[in-house]
Design a protein around this ligand. Structure first.
Ligand SMILES: Cc1cc2nc3c(=O)[nH]c(=O)nc-3n(C[C@H](O)[C@H](O)[C@H](O)COP(=O)(O)OP(=O)(O)OC[C@H]3O[C@@H](n4cnc5c(N)ncnc54)[C@H](O)[C@@H]3O)c2cc1C
Length: 316
């Protein structure tokens, strides 16, 4: 198989989800396969050269996001290199231009996948459906375009190697039909949950703001960082820099303790790469239990005070 992965970058840094896409493809490739990357930013070439990929193709002059120009550039690369699989991270940008690319090339696009496996000539992509209640395997022959959900693979498992960079020249028409404006920037807070070892994360199950000290105390007893699902932030009980998920932070702690969190897809993509996931939820059918290593079905208002007390006693 000949694989081509598009590498997105932000502020001269490779996007974490693009690294994850490389890890996903490294996982299914054997020594007869080739993995190449294609990027539009020369600042990231050095980093890409340290990974176990064959060639990093670099195209100059496309620093600023422009869906039509990106489609045109990739169309030419794909027509020339003829990859069997073209892989992307399922970012907001990819959602914009990759469907256009798929239509232009008349190549199927399996989007937002959480896993990939090969079975002979069959490429089997796993995709979550119905708010994460069902996993569907979608089978395709090559050539195919695939995008991977953020958090589908662990970025720190990328295989190191020695890639070479090759500059490609493509002709991209000036196209004024779309004029991209300034990029939307998430407000960055002071809390970096991505480097926390333990995170106690609280969801809507906490019911009201007055109950927040319950989880704050548990978090303190474990020397953990406090995280949350989106409703807790929307209600204003915690600031946005505590939110975990697709529109919050992506975290990979040693222990992620989800308290009163249902485990919606948008939350899972931010935390499913955690080493150990423990969930407390009164609903045994909550989706969070499908990815949890340890689950406690019960009322958090009964469990948390006892758990905090046990931890404190254990420490004294
Ligand atoms: C574009 C978009 C982006 C989004 N981004 C994010 C994101 O970044 N992060 C995020 O988290 N969400 C995000 N969401 C929202 C997401 O879809 C869910 O709505 C959200 O994650 C649900 O949060 P929750 O689990 O806290 O609440 P709920 O889904 O309401 O779950 C509450 C859980 O608490 C349990 N519970 C209730 N009472 C108790 C009790 N006494 N004891 C134990 N358990 C109890 C319930 O059984 C339930 O499972 C996004 C949505 C969209 C559309």
């Amino acid at each position: 198989m000949n694989i081509l992965i598009f590498i997105q970058s932000e502020e001269n840094k490779i996007s974490r989800s693009s690294i994850e896409a490389v890890c996903g493809m490294q996982k299914v490739c054997n020594e007869n396969d080739t993995i190449s990357t294609v990027s539009f930013n020369s600042e990231i070439n050095n980093e890409l050269e340290q990974y176990n990929i064959d060639t990093n193709y670099f195209i100059n002059g496309l620093d600023d996001f422009h869906p039509i120009k990106y489609v045109s550039a990739l169309e030419q690369v794909i027509n020339e290199k003829k990859p069997d699989i073209v892989a992307f991270a399922h970012t907001y940008q990819a959602r914009d231009w990759v469907p256009r690319l798929s239509a232009r090339l008349d190549m199927p696009f399996i989007s937002d996948c959480i896993d990939i496996n090969m079975n002979g000539e069959n490429i089997i992509c796993t995709k979550q459906m119905y708010q994460g209640k069902v996993n569907a395997d979608i089978c395709s022959k090559s050539p195919v375009i695939i995008s991977f959900q953020s958090g589908a693979f662990r970025a720190d498992e990328i295989k190191q190697g020695n890639a070479q960079t090759q500059e490609l020249t493509v002709g991209v028409d000036d196209n004024n039909a779309i004029k991209p404006l300034d990029k939307f920037k998430d407000s960055k807070g002071d809390v970096d949950l991505s480097s926390a070892n333990i995170i106690v994360s609280v969801g809507r199950g906490i019911s009201k703001e007055e109950n927040m000290p319950l989880v704050e105390e548990l978090s303190k007893s474990l020397s953990a960082e406090l995280g949350s699902s989106r409703p807790v932030v929307d209600y204003g009980w915690l600031p946005h820099d505590r939110q975990v998920g697709s529109s919050g932070q992506v975290v990979t702690p040693k222990l992620y303790l989800a308290v009163g969190i249902s485990g919606a897809i948008q939350h899972q993509v931010g935390m499913k790469g955690s080493d150990n996931i423990m969930a407390i939820n009164k609903d045994p059918k909550a989706p969070i239990f499908e990815i949890a290593d340890y689950g406690i079905v019960g009322d958090l208002f009964e469990i948390i005070p006892k758990l905090t007390e046990l931890i404190k006693n254990h420490q004294s």
